[in-house]
Design a protein around this ligand. Structure first.
Ligand SMILES: Nc1ncnc2c1ncn2[C@@H]1O[C@H](COP(=O)(O)OP(=O)(O)OP(=O)(O)O)[C@@H](O)[C@H]1O
Ligand SMILES: [Mg+2]
Length: 366
């Protein structure tokens, strides 16, 4: 068990500044997910914690001790990579035991730990098989088993599920979450998949261009993004961003779309905007905040009439493309709310949850 502390960590590859001054504390037992677009420095940061890369500045502390000068195998870390090569000529059992044998663990202890890990991961029946005789998900479990038998202080995962099909990914995601509940070891998990990040993390650390853009509990980031980048990165389908101009009148405010039409903002949203009349703004409306209108509207909910363009049923919900403010937006409706292209639909938009972004700075202002 260990907490992890990074202070002022930098990493350059030649003149690529891959990690740009990261300060981050991960509590003992926490499940932290590093997420962000391709190339933002996730793997570099993880590899730096593991000791596979030397930082060009800053300190890395694991369990209270600075580890900058320790080699990877002196850090008591277990790591699972995307390309978790299993040894093809060793059985599942031998693959899981490999690291323990290399460390000269007594044979009786190896057998105990392998069978515990196999039990936990549901691969107890496959111990004598070879990797080629396993499905992708079973192989992935073996790779995780190989890591957990180590009883490391810290687990690092770098996109461990990205080679699996969608259903297996969902299953393994649940397994990893359950595993963390059982062994409660600190975990740092890298993914570029925002769903994986949201569902697994105690805390999401969203990286952008080598820096932390925002960190916090999944729903905190989702509901209170500090920047348009965070609002846009989390959520599927993505938040709709609609260009508009602010129109204020005392404590009241509305957004006026460049294509005509306006929406009056609820007073809590309007309040911080009092001095911003005429400012350009991006109006962020999540697909989930549209619904089919019906009955009286709650405070802060406005009606909007639209024409359904593309219709994408998912089974439980139907994503419908509509025009608003001169741009295409996606509304997430109930499965049967809309059935045909060109259909006229009366929608309600919950503006209590709208995110207003300053297009110049990218910051959320209300
Ligand atoms: N060995 C290397 N030599 C030179 N540049 C590198 C090296 N490894 C990574 N980079 C660069 O550093 C930056 C961060 O890379 P990194 O692999 O950490 O990104 P990532 O967030 O893990 O992306 P992905 O989601 O694609 O895996 C990128 O610009 C990348 O091109
Ligand atoms: Mg990577």
């Amino acid at each position: 068990m260990a907490d992890v502390k990074l202070s002022g960590v930098h990493k350059y590859y030649g003149n690529v500044h891959a990690v740009r001054g990261i300060d981050l504390t991960i509590a003992d037992g926490e499940f932290a997910v590093l997420v962000g677009p391709s190339g933002c420095g996730k793997s570099t940061l993880l590899r730096t914690i593991a000791g596979l890369e030397d930082p060009d500045g800053g300190a890395i502390t694991i369990g209270g001790a600075v580890v900058n000068d320790l080699r990877p195998r002196e850090r008591n870390i277990a790591m699972v990579f995307q390309n978790y090569a299993l040894y093809p000529y060793l059985t599942v059992s031998e693959n899981i035991a490999f690291g323990l044998r290399a460390r000269k663990t007594p044979e009786i202890e190896i057998r105990k730990r392998v069978s515990e890990a196999a039990e936990m991961l549901g691969i107890g029946n496959f111990l004598q098989r070879y990797p080629r005789q396993l499905s992708g998900g079973q192989r992935q479990r073996v790779a995780i088993g190989r890591a957990i038998v180590r009883k490391a202080d810290l687990f690092l995962f770098d996109e461990p599920l990205s080679n699996l099909d969608a259903q297996l990914r969902d299953e393994m995601r649940t397994e990893i979450k359950r595993l963390h509940h059982e062994i409660t070891t600190t975990m740092i998990y890298v993914t570029h998949d925002q769903v994986e990040a949201m569902t697994l993390a105690d805390r999401i650390v969203l990286l952008r261009d080598g820096k932390i853009e925002q960190q916090g509990a999944p729903l905190e980031l989702f509901e209170q993004p500090r920047t348009g980048f965070v609002a846009g990165f989390l959520g599927s389908p993505s938040i709709n961003l609609i260009p508009a101009t602010l129109k204020t009148n005392g404590p009241e405010a509305a957004v006026v779309f460049q294509s005509g039409g306006e929406l009056t903002l609820p007073s809590a949203k309007a309040r911080p905007l009092a001095s911003m009349d005429g400012r350009d703004i991006l109006v962020g409306i999540r697909p989930q905040h549209f619904s089919r209108a019906g009955g009286p509207l709650r405070d802060g909910v406005v009606s909007y009439s639209a024409t359904a363009d593309l219709i994408q049923p998912t089974g439980t919900r139907t994503f419908t493309t509509i025009r608003i403010g001169g741009v295409d937006a996606v509304a997430e409706l109930q499965a049967h709310d809309v059935s045909s292209h060109g259909e006229r639909i009366d929608l309600a938009i919950d503006l209590n949850r709208v995110v207003l972004i300053d297009p110049a700075s990218g910051l959320v202002i209300a």
